[in-house]
Ligand binder design. Structure first.
Ligand code: KE4
Length: 429
């Protein structure tokens, strides 16, 4: 029976008269998959409910943060208790140190860190810090990777930029964009060539260690080690953007999985347990270039917000205490989901390439291996749109873009697997 979306539609019409596209973040508008975005009223565990009472199995988890499922009781309680003590102080409080200690327990490469209110701010600040520390202007990023929407990062970016098929963004002066070198992912020769072309001028490499913003793309064997070697050789800093992979792929993110030590790490999403929070950190000698100690300015009214700290502490404390069960369980449940639907696609004669690392994955509607953005772009996005709409009708909410990763939480169990496979049987036609 088709879903009723009456109330969501009313809310969307109002939102479109108030917010550009009716959204506060473009990818939520469903523009690349079609259909009307339901308006969510509440979320719990692995599920979302919309304004018309429809229930959805949530396969994007607020784009990554909700690894323990929605309304995780210890996080809810911690937020409620923190709120009763005041929402924001604009002054130092113990929660900042408490969460920082937990982050450093998970990320040994982080000797000092600073909290921000988003992953964008974390990445923007880390790049500015790398430029200030090295005295160099150029930055290497990779096509299809997304590091938030600061000017220097919106060059051949992934996520919503790729979803909307726009090369970058209007409003960014050429003088700014020219210092961003966007290279193919998984191509070390391109990085070597860039260093040869700009000797002594490249401040940093920033990379998604496992790409999530072109859909999921794993690093080739030796790729991350190659970036580490080249950065060191040429006096550039290696920034590993773990906003999506941090605490997701393991407690220590991708750098733990692949055995890489960056100079700086950026974090977000899970670190705030669903509240606005990012962080950047790494080598103490680099971080101490930050004001008030050094000449690189960076600030934020709500940085280290007490409620975000409380939610992050509750989330990371659980992940640390239960890490064996959490990550082994996520590996097993995500493999069953990703491989189960891939098998149904094969049975239906539909070409799907499944890329998965831990509990993040993407079904690319292509028969090609997907190793970089160019190969991801061979996907049949119209077919993905039809699949997405059919899954929504069946009560399964996938990320509304071929160029995004799906995420599984600890709240996804065998019942959720059955719901998903049943929906896919009807959607893969
Ligand atoms: P935020 O500013 O959205 O908190 O973080 C930016 C960011 C930085 N680095 C990586 C690797 C990221 O994935 C992100 C944000 N991810 C997107 C989803 N692919 C956010 C969703 C959205 O833009 O609405």
């Amino acid at each position: 029976m088709p879903r009723i979306l009456t109330r969501s539609r009313e809310l969307q019409l109002r939102a479109e008269s108030l917010l550009p596209g009716g959204v506060d973040s473009p990818v939520r508008a469903f523009r690349s998959v079609g259909g009307d975005p339901p308006f969510v009223t509440r979320a719990e565990g692995a599920y979302l409910w919309d304004a018309d009472g429809n229930r959805y199995l949530d396969m994007f988890g607020s784009w990554g943060p909700m690894i323990l499922g929605h309304a995780f009781p210890p996080a809810v309680e911690a937020i409620q208790q923190a709120a009763a003590r005041g929402a924001s102080f604009g002054a130092s409080h113990a929660g900042e140190g408490d969460l920082a200690e937990l982050v450093m327990q998970c990320f040994p490469s982080v000797e000092r860190l600073r909290f921000t209110s988003s992953g964008t701010e974390a990445c923007m600040s880390a790049v500015r810090l790398a430029r200030g520390f090295t005295g160099r202007n150029f930055v290497i990023k990779f096509e299809g990777c997304y590091h938030g929407h600061s000017d220097a990062m919106l060059v051949k970016a992934g996520s919503g930029v790729a979803t909307l098929g726009i090369p970058g963004s209007a409003g960014i002066p050429a003088e700014t964009a020219q210092h961003t070198l966007a290279l193919p992912y998984n191509d070390l020769a391109a990085v070597q060539a860039a260093f040869a072309a700009y000797p002594g001028q490249i401040a940093c490499i920033i990379v998604e260690p496992v790409v999530g913003n072109a859909g999921t793309i794993a690093p080739a064997v030796g790729y991350l080690q190659g970036l580490r070697t080249l950065a060191t050789e040429h006096g550039a800093l290696l920034i590993i953007d773990e906003v999506m992979t941090g605490f997701r792929l393991s407690l220590g993110g991708a750098q733990q999985v692949y055995g890489i030590t960056p100079d700086l790490t950026t974090l977000g999403k899970i670190i705030g347990g669903g509240l606005p929070c990012g962080a950047f950190g790494g080598r103490a000698d680099v971080m101490e270039f930050l004001a008030p100690l050094g000449p690189v300015y960076q600030a934020g009214t709500l940085s280290g917000n007490p409620l975000a700290m409380a939610a992050g502490i509750a989330t990371l404390s659980h992940l640390i205490a239960d890490q064996q069960t959490v990550y082994a369980g996520l590996e097993q449940s995500t493999a069953a989901i990703a491989d189960g639907v891939a098998a149904l696609a094969r049975e239906a004669g539909i070409a799907v390439t499944t890329n998965r690392v831990g509990s993040m994955f993407t079904w690319f509607f292509t028969d090609q291996p997907v190793t970089d953005f160019a190969s991801a772009a061979t996907s049949d996005t119209a077919r993905f749109g039809r699949f997405h709409r059919a899954m929504m009708e069946a009560g399964v909410w996938l990320p509304p873009s071929q160029y995004e990763a799906a995420f599984v939480s600890t709240a996804h169990g065998s019942a959720e697997l059955e719901i998903l496979l049943e929906a896919a049987r009807g959607a893969l036609v």
